[in-house]
Design a protein around this ligand. Sequence first.
Ligand code: ATP
Length: 349
Amino acid sequence: MMKDLLTVSNLSKAFDESGPVVDSLDFEVKEDEIFALLGPSGCGKTTCLRLIAGFERADKGEVKVEGRLLESPSQHVAPQNRGIGFVFQDYALFPHLSVIDNVAFGLTDIPKHKRNVYAEEVLCRTGMGDYKDRNPSELSGGQQQRVALARAIAPKPKLVLLDEPFSNLDAMLRDSMRKEVRSILKKAGMSALLVTHDQEEALSFADRIAVMNDGKIEQVGTPEEVYYNPKTKFVAQFLGRTNLFHAEANGSQEVATSLGPMHLDCDACGRVLCSIRPEHLTLEKATDQKPENVGTVVGRDFKGHDITYHVQLKGKKYLVHTDNRVLFEPNDAVVIKPLESAVILEGED
Ligand code: ATP
């Protein structure tokens, strides 16, 4: 079992009377772990990161790294003394230093004559080796972002904070940079706390994800857990497309739902709200089913290797994601078949 590196407990921060923007956060990042705070714009992710870095003061709670108290209402260690690396949204490169000097700047643990060699090596890994002698003002936003990443990870801090570090890269470059940065972090045994509103980025980059909504954490889990076993309606919807529907649970596992009889992993009774991902459903041609169980294909998104169908059933629209061998046309009569259990969500009737 990995040890905790960063511990955040009961952390809260308000800027004015409108209430806390970071509200009683509890989570830990383990040694060697890449952890993502995922949530919509304005939910408090950046404020949380700034509290951990030491750029904001906490109203309540604690931030500890390796058991050392860095932040609480009565304790404040200056950002430069926290031993944490960070990449913030505005990059903040030193404008008067060349690219390579920006990266070599923090390498105080390495003998002087080796600093530039190592800085260049890290720049090459982020694809910026050819730009080492330029000034930050001569780089595009995406290039500056890659230099900022190189600068933050070069000194191999135990913990690095990353605020939307890939936001200015095009889709292809973003993908390869995520893989590259993940591999650099893992190889050096660094932990990272990533802030993002992009669910795909959190799912592909992080070992665990905390899903945030309105200053609070709704769920913490592995990418598979938060995607396939969301606890709340917010998590189910924020992590990707899903089908929400009500069911009448009766204590048994096989229950009647608007999608027909379905397996639910629960022994609850009464009306419950359920979620099932479109890829956990498939379609079959309607033959001799009861008319009330027959749906109609009302649209489809063809994406080459897969297709998402829109199916109207009992006054509701469902999404069904299939591979491209399951072929139906608009107006076809179909039956929706679940391939997996649906998940019951908390806190909704
Ligand atoms: P984004 O993804 O858009 O960066 P976020 O989830 O990181 O959003 P924060 O930047 O933490 O959210 O902001 C949370 C809330 O706190 C917002 O409503 C914001 O307006 C407010 N806020 C942030 N910084 C300050 C500040 N210095 N003074 C007053 N309000 C602030």
